[in-house]
Design a protein around this ligand. Structure first.
Ligand SMILES: Cc1cc2nc3c(=O)[nH]c(=O)nc-3n(C[C@H](O)[C@H](O)[C@H](O)COP(=O)(O)OP(=O)(O)OC[C@H]3O[C@@H](n4cnc5c(N)ncnc54)[C@H](O)[C@@H]3O)c2cc1C
Length: 327
């Protein structure tokens, strides 16, 4: 989002062994520690982070048959590109999601009908409480229906690497997401070549400002700022909102609630000092138009949340991670 202040100390391990060594040095709980990948889902306070940041820069990527093992520091989209080039299918719909491999299980990254958990076979984690490295199966990760896992906002476990089980195939999984099927010129439920799925996804994402581009302020964001709320009961005022039944309750569309509360795409140019607005392409991303501070972002987020609460009685929560800041 290109906001936030300075950090105390930066460490950039390039091997998993070095990452574990650095993590062990922090076992005494001395200064506070933040582990990050690409930083694409973080909003950091203007006052910054006084402790240490470990930025994972580990880089091994190995393919063995239909299994792919990638270190936490590998760029996620590099994994997608490489596996498609190697004739593997399974993550092409997750093309263009910014960030690192290690960040991907944290909120069980998903897009266009695909989820990380669909292909995750196992992962190695470092347990900061016991100091041990463990191999976990997906069942232990606590993946919820929407952007949750045991790793989310829990500094105890650090993801070291991830093994995905893909398919050696020249066709994708059935495309369930209607917009994507339409872009590919197929019916929902049909398949396509993985490379074509990737191009169609990237094109759809670019149209929505969801592929990082330094010249495009709509991408100066954390992606979706708010979670789709899951409620036990839908308030009468929100009864027309698109809804899906999930195991925890009824999931509503945050984009719809925001828009219907009077915040159209691009909203914000004439609010506050105008340097934080909703994306001009959709209502889920809060964007930095240049020169914004974290304080500006927090005030704007509070304004949007307040408007939705007033109109529908539904309180939105952030999907991104707020580091030393809140609204
Ligand atoms: C333009 C844009 C589009 C996006 N589109 C999508 C989308 O379609 N779908 C989606 O799900 N998300 C999307 N996101 C959100 C983001 O891409 C994902 O959350 C991504 O997985 C974050 O990875 P990262 O490496 O940048 O994590 P960071 O932002 O560096 O960290 C995010 C959180 O993960 C933790 N973390 C990072 N690495 C590790 C590790 N190795 N072990 C333990 N914890 C770790 C951090 O401490 C932090 O709490 C989008 C973001 C942007 C900016």
């Amino acid at each position: 989002m290109r906001v936030g202040g300075p950090i105390g100390r930066l460490q950039i391990p390039e091997t998993t062994a070095h990452a574990v060594e650095l993590l062990r040095e922090h076992a005494d709980g001395g200064d506070s520690l933040l582990v990050m990948g690409g930083g694409s889902n973080l909003v950091v306070a203007d006052s910054g982070w006084p402790g240490t940041v470990i930025k994972m820069a580990t880089s091994q990527l190995a393919i063995d048959g239909d299994r792919v093992t990638a270190d936490a520091g590998v760029e996620w989209d590099h994994v997608v590109r490489t596996t498609i080039a190697e004739g593997l299918s399974g993550i092409e719909a997750l093309s263009g999601v910014p960030g690192s491999v290690g960040g991907t299980p944290v909120q069980n990254v998903g897009a266009y009908g695909a989820l990380t958990s669909d292909v995750l076979e196992s992962l190695h984690v470092y347990d900061r409480e016991t100091g041990s490295v463990e191999r976990w199966l997906p069942e232990r990760c606590g993946f919820g229906p929407h952007r949750t896992s045991v790793f989310k906002r829990n500094p105890r476990w650090v993801v070291l690497d991830v093994t995905l089980r893909l398919r050696r195939a020249d066709r994708s999984n059935p495309i369930t997401y209607a917009d994507l099927a339409h872009a590919l010129g197929i019916e929902a439920g049909q398949t396509a070549a993985p490379a074509d799925v990737r191009e169609a996804v990237l094109s759809l994402r670019r149209k929505r400002g969801m592929v990082l581009d330094p010249d495009d302020h709509d991408t100066w964001s954390v992606g979706s700022f708010f979670l789709n709320p899951v409620l036990a009961e839908v308030p009468e005022a929100a009864s027309e909102c698109p809804q899906h039944v999930v195991s925890e309750g009824i999931k509503l569309s945050a984009a719809w609630l925001i828009h219907r509360s009077g915040f159209a795409p691009g909203y914000g140019g004439d609010w506050g000092n105008g340097n934080v607005t909703l994306s001009s392409r959709h209502t889920l991303a809060i964007t930095n138009r240049g020169g914004a501070t974290t304080d500006d972002v927090m005030k704007f987020a509070a304004h949007i949340r307040g408007g939705v609460e007033d109109r529908f009685g539904v309180r939105l929560s952030p999907e991104c991670d707020l580091i030393n800041c809140s609204f």
